[in-house]
Design a protein around this ligand. Structure first.
Ligand code: ACO
Length: 325
């Protein structure tokens, strides 16, 4: 029996022009290129210019995705934007993106799940498309984490960067089989008991300020691999696929050691893992679509490939998505 599936039609990304290397950072805080590379795999990150907003990056990424998908913006009826660094407390940055694209129909909203924002946004969009509520969506992850970093705290400021990525997703009738194109399964989880391990120490209701990112790095690391592998096992159980069926593993790009450990534990071969954390640092909700776009543009991810996404971040929140590209 045929069924509606959310098929990815195209992707795009955007990065600020300014690059900040580890060496440049080492001139500002007490750190070294060697320490950062060895502990995280990060070599550089992009930093938004003064006045360059999350919405600017999101609009640029969305336009690139629409062009890649050969889709007219006027056919988009849903925009879901994963971000923890919105332009303003309200309205949602997604409506700025909507206006920037000249779209006046459908709905646009932000989704806040920190580094899991893109997987959460994709999952929610999948639900709305498969029920027939909307037909064509833009799913975006966009961040300017440089704005909420404490640039005097070497334990956090070396890890993050700015950027945006987007995909165009369309509801399409598919045969209703394991080999269907589109999002095959998504799994979202959260556990608020861990909220003090990775948070921002400000907000409209608590301090009336924006605040700075605070993290217990070791505690995050300790939980990350177990949570990531757990939610990926859920995706395998739901679909009957196994690690050996995966063509490309596109994990959240937080730390190369977390990525390597997760892939190893799952039995995913290193050559199937897409890595961009060396170039972008951790761009939170933007990291997966940035990595996806890199692997699509250089010809690695092709139509029909089985692509596995995972993310884990503040909250904690975590999730997985298995997609036939
Ligand atoms: N440069 C040099 N030295 C540093 C730096 C730095 N930037 N930061 C910390 N150190 C020092 C510490 O002060 C400590 O020194 P000490 O031994 O004299 O006390 C030493 O390095 C080791 O510190 P640890 O925090 O134990 O280092 P660890 O090996 O755990 O690495 C890191 C830190 C990279 C943050 C790691 O814990 C990690 O990757 N955690 C996961 C965090 C993460 O990825 N968060 C992203 C958001 S969540 C997500 O997206 C999954």
């Amino acid at each position: 029996m045929t069924m509606l599936r959310s098929v990815i039609l195209g992707c795009g990304s955007a990065l600020p022009a300014q690059v900040l290397t580890n060496q440049e950072l080492a001139a500002k805080v007490d750190t070294t290129d060697e320490w950062i590379v060895q502990r995280t795999g990060i070599r550089q990150r992009h930093i938004a210019a003064d006045g360059e907003l999350t919405s600017d990056l999101a609009i640029q990424a969305a336009k690139a995705a629409l062009a890649n998908a050969h889709v007219d913006p006027q056919t988009i009826d849903l925009i879901v934007l994963g971000t923890s660094t919105p332009d303003n407390t309200f309205p949602a940055t997604a409506v700025t993106v909507q206006a920037g694209l000249g779209i006046t129909r459908g709905a646009a909203f932000d989704l806040q799940a920190v580094c899991s924002g893109f997987v959460y946004a994709l999952s929610i969009t999948d639900g709305l498309l498969r029920t027939g509520t909307y037909t064509r969506a833009l799913v975006i992850g966009a961040e300017t984490f440089s704005r909420i970093l404490d640039w005097k705290d070497r334990t956090t400021c070396v890890l993050f960067g700015d950027g945006a990525g987007a995909v165009v997703v369309e509801a399409q009738q598919q045969p209703g089989e394991k080999t269907d194109r589109g999002i095959l399964t998504t799994h979202l989880r959260s556990d608020g008991r861990h909220k003090s391990k990775l948070y921002v120490d400000g907000g409209p209701s608590s301090t009336m300020t924006v605040g700075h990112l605070r993290m217990e790095g070791r505690a995050v690391f300790k939980h990350a691999v177990a949570m990531i592998t757990d939610v990926i096992e859920d995706a395998f159980r739901a679909t009957g696929y196994t690690a050996s069926d995966i063509d490309w593993f596109v994990p959240h790009q937080a730390n190369k050691r977390i990525i390597d450990d997760s892939a190893h534990k799952l039995g995913i071969a290193p050559e199937k893992v897409v890595i961009t954390v060396d170039q972008h640092g951790n761009t939170s909700a933007a990291s997966i679509p940035l990595a996806l776009n890199a692997a699509v543009r250089d010809g690695r991810i092709k139509k029909g490939d089985l692509v596995l996404l995972e993310a884990m971040g503040g909250g904690f929140t975590w999730g997985s998505a298995l997609i036939r590209w």
